[in-house]
Design a protein around this ligand. Structure first.
Ligand code: ADP
Ligand code: GLC
Length: 479
């Protein structure tokens, strides 16, 4: 069928990224275009993005305006970035600030509920009324930052536009005190448990979940997990209540960016792996490592979700068995400190870079033998997919999208020749150390290892299949 989609999010590659949300929001428009769906992406004009329209105002005409968008002018400017049609919400009083999208020099911005209510409000206005010559059929909201957009459509009229919300991570719920209900332009009559009320306050994510026409999340496994308290984290009741409209659609990989064949330095393919050996040597030199056994990498936000705190207990036996670890990440100060301690304890075997570095992350996937993803929960996860693609064997906790995408090297899977990695459960120190022990054994068997690597590299990880699933979802909404 096909039609027009307004995608609303706080992150989008290549413009602004703190995690996988940005990869997915950035990849969807190009993936959906061949299927007849024209997707435009609405984003806040953060300080780092303002140069786009300040340097080339003629390329970014104003297409929408509200005089008092929570205390200042809100203008939407339309332009194109790498072939994607982007709508930037220019509201300097909300977004022209130093720091990241959510966090300033002193922590989370205290007006985050308003900042993202404003984004959602503008999305709902565009969805309801359209822009000159462009009226969306579906509003597609991502995560808590866009959660109020379906709610505004539901409470203030939808103008015929349907809505979808995608949960990339249910742990972030967009909480605000109920005293803000009027300020957030939400109806007081909807403050009850079946609608906006959430543990005595407001949650933009819950608001989206109760009002959107469809709910998706980024893997079938996580969709099922969300109905349980330990994964739903307070919102499991809403998920169960709306089970009939909940589905899981696995994220894809942007293979134009994430493929060993397209790397400028040390490219390789399953057929010719010499580039990978060279990349490994270069990576060891860059990190100051000398590793006789498997070189594991970890590229991650350093938060409780990611299970990085399990490493100090699980790593020693792996190191003694010949393994090594290169880490790239940033986040919680105590996790950064614990990683530095490990590096000091195992010089030449463990090395850590704190920070965010896209180029280095590519070199790590190229040069590593294995990638660790010991998450406590993982809605989809992208780094295990990059690992598969680069022949860097994933060692993952068997949760959410990790369990959906990695085939554990069990005796049966090995015998059938289909294994692609190592999975373990539960996510605890014992689980991770046993997984690392299995990694050592698998790596020691050269023929078996080659098979494992090849199987991973042969997986179909592009967006084609998932784009068709989104297209079918939109079709179903408009039928
Ligand atoms: P999440 O979105 O929960 O952080 P994902 O696995 O979905 O987890 O996505 C993480 C994305 O961010 C991947 O593209 C990964 O390569 C990237 N990433 C995470 N930390 C860093 C870092 N320190 N430097 C570069 N890229 C990083
Ligand atoms: C979230 C999740 C991650 C997922 C990403 C993109 O950040 O933590 O698992 O891959 O969103 O959907």
């Amino acid at each position: 069928m096909g039609g027009k989609i307004l995608s609303v999010a706080s992150e989008c590659v290549p413009l602004i990224k703190t995690g996988g949300l940005a990869d997915v929001v950035g990849a969807l428009p190009a993936a959906l275009a061949p299927l007849g769906w024209e997707m435009r992406v609405l984003l806040p004009a953060y300080r780092s993005l303002r140069r786009l329209f300040e340097e080339a105002p003629e390329a970014w005409p104003e297409v929408w305006h509200e005089e008092n968008l929570w205390g200042g002018d809100g203008r939407v400017r339309a332009g194109t970035v790498d072939g994607t049609e982007v709508l930037l919400l220019d509201a300097p009083h909300l977004y022209d600030r130093e720091g990241g999208p959510y966090v300033g020099p002193w922590g989370d911005w205290i007006d985050n509920p308003r900042r993202f209510a404003a984004l959602s409000w503008v999305a709902a206005c565009i969805a309801r009324e359209g822009l000159a010559g462009w009226k969306p059929d579906v509003l597609h909201a991502h995560d808590w930052q866009a959660g109020y957009a379906p709610a505004y459509l539901a409470y203030h009229g939808n103008g015929g536009c349907r809505s979808v919300i995608t949960v990339h991570n249910i742990a972030f719920q967009g909480w605000a005190p109920v005293s803000q209900i009027d300020d957030l332009r939400l109806p007081g009559w909807a403050f009850h448990p079946a609608a906006l009320e959430y543990y005595g306050g407001l949650s933009s994510l819950k608001a989206g979940l109760v009002t959107a026409d469809r709910i998706t999340t980024v893997s079938p496994g996580y969709a099922a997990e969300l109905a349980r308290p330990e994964f739903g984290l307070g919102l499991q009741g809403v998920i169960v209540e709306r089970a009939a409209v909940v589905s899981g659609i696995l994220n894809g990989v942007d293979t134009a960016v994430w493929s060993p064949e397209v790397e400028d330095v040390n490219p390789y393919s399953a057929k010719s792996m010499t580039g990978k050996a060279a990349a490994r040597a270069a990576l060891c030199a860059e990190f100051g490592l000398e590793v006789p056994g498997p070189l594991a990498i970890l590229v991650s936000r350093l938060t409780d979700q990611k299970g990085v705190d399990l490493l100090p207990a699980a790593l020693p036996a792996f190191i003694e068995g010949g393994g090594g670890l290169a880490v790239l990440g940033s986040g919680a100060a105590e996790m950064e400190a614990a990683l530095h301690d490990l590096a000091a304890r195992y010089p030449g075997r463990v090395s850590v870079r704190i920070g965010y570095d896209e180029g280095l992350s590519h070199r790590m996937f190229q040069g590593g033998d294995a990638v660790l993803v010991p998450s406590r929960f993982e809605p989809c996860g992208l780094t295990q997919l990059y690992g598969l693609r680069y022949g860097t064997v994933p060692v993952v906790a068997a949760v959410g999208g990790l369990a959906d995408t990695v085939i554990n090297a069990s005796p049966m899977a090995l015998a059938a020749g289909v294994a692609t990695g190592v999975t373990f459960w539960p996510t605890d120190e014992l689980g991770l150390s046993q997984a690392l022990r299995r990694l050592l054994a698998l790596h020691a068997d050269r023929k078996g290892w080659t098979r494992l690597v090849r199987n991973g590299m042969a997986q179909q990880l592009g967006w084609e299949v998932s784009a068709r699933a989104y297209a079918a979802l939109y079709d179903g909404l408009l039928a």
